[in-house]
Ligand binder design. Structure first.
Ligand SMILES: Cc1cc2nc3c(=O)[nH]c(=O)nc-3n(C[C@H](O)[C@H](O)[C@H](O)COP(=O)(O)OP(=O)(O)OC[C@H]3O[C@@H](n4cnc5c(N)ncnc54)[C@H](O)[C@@H]3O)c2cc1C
Length: 297
């Protein structure tokens, strides 16, 4: 990795480069081993130059939907959060860079009296992570508002896409070596007071039902067809079930939380335990929504 490090120092300021960086500092689960190198490019040009480096690469936003194993990540982690410009264009369109937080985009939409992004205001991720995952909440999904995305491949070649192939927690970008750089978001003219009220109402609903003050990655499992993961887990008697520092949330069984000193192994063991118990009891396979990455110790 020495070559990569030397090349990175020519691409971006040293303050943006972290060697042997604990991934627990970059994931909302607050777990995960060391990344060989983590870089936070400041501009699109810097990010594209990072992509041209000859090493394993992983792109992250806010790390709110990933679980990094305790052995960490070999190669280069590129974090997008400094790429976060948001522009207001004509025809009720916002253009946001990949690292912009959804909450900030929602606030800018509100300030410009644009409605349609309220659903995303409480999702603690970046635009890139949300487009890649087709994030959604309270009846809205990225697929309803994203009309065009600029992306780069892992050699730095730029392209645009308008057909995002969105489906439940999937998109054109799922499992591909592409990096989302920015997207255009098509909204409608709305009323500021009403937008504020919708955002407040959604925040209230989220705060009451989800363990948002604890470290987690949101819903651990995808919604199985015809069921709710949280209800299946609760009906399996697992609310509050704990392995090491990992716990099935006592507030919402669909969330696994880190009670303070969990390792990723604790969380993975709990995920497997929950999957086997639900399968045994209800014959339903729970698939993780959280992306599990990196190496075991
Ligand atoms: C308390 C809590 C509540 C949550 N509520 C919801 C919810 O209501 N609805 C919902 O859908 N999700 C929810 N989540 C999960 C998560 O916030 C979303 O999936 C979010 O969109 C992930 O964004 P991120 O920037 O954190 O992505 P990350 O976790 O950093 O990455 C997720 C995936 O996207 C990829 N990725 C990230 N950025 C890019 C990019 N620029 N280009 C290409 N690929 C990229 C990563 O490689 C990874 O595969 C919640 C999480 C928490 C902790």
């Amino acid at each position: 990795m020495n070559n990569v490090l030397e090349s990175l120092k020519k691409i971006t300021d040293e303050k943006n480069i972290f060697v042997n960086e604990p991934m627990k500092n970059h994931t909302t689960f607050r777990t995960g081993g060391l990344a060989d190198i983590l870089v936070i490019p400041e501009t699109k040009e810097e990010l594209v130059e990072c992509l041209k480096l000859d090493t394993n690469k992983l792109i992250i936003g806010n790390g709110s939907n990933i679980l990094v194993r305790d052995g960490g990540i070999r190669g280069l982690v590129i974090k997008t959060t400094k790429l976060n410009n948001i522009k207001v264009l004509e025809d009720n369109i916002l253009e946001a860079e990949a690292g912009a937080y959804l909450s900030r985009i929602a606030n800018i939409a509100k300030d410009n009296e644009l409605t349609g992004f309220e659903f995303a205001s409480g999702i603690p991720g970046t635009l890139g992570g949300a487009v890649s995952m087709n994030a959604g909440a309270y009846g809205g999904e990225m697929k309803d508002v994203i009309i065009e995305t600029e992306y780069a491949d892992y050699h730095g070649k730029l392209s645009k896409v308008t057909e995002h192939e969105f489906s439940y927690r999937k998109s054109f970008f799922s499992n591909k070596e592409y990096v989302i750089l920015s997207s255009k978001i098509k909204l409608q003219k709305g009323n500021k007071e009403e937008i504020i009220n919708v955002m407040k109402d959604l925040a209230k609903r989220r705060n009451g039902k989800q363990p948002i003050s604890m470290a987690s990655a949101g819903s651990t499992f995808k919604r199985p067809e015809g069921f709710f993961a949280g209800k299946l887990i609760e009906d399996s008697g697992l609310k509050g079930y704990t392995i090491g520092g990992a716990q099935v949330s006592t507030l919402h069984a669909g969330f696994i939380v880190n009670t303070g000193d969990a390792t990723s192994a604790d969380i993975l063991n709990l995920i497997s335990f929950v999957q086997s118990r639900v399968k045994e009891k209800f014959k339903v396979d729970l698939e993780t929504e959280v992306k599990i990455i990196g190496e075991d110790i």
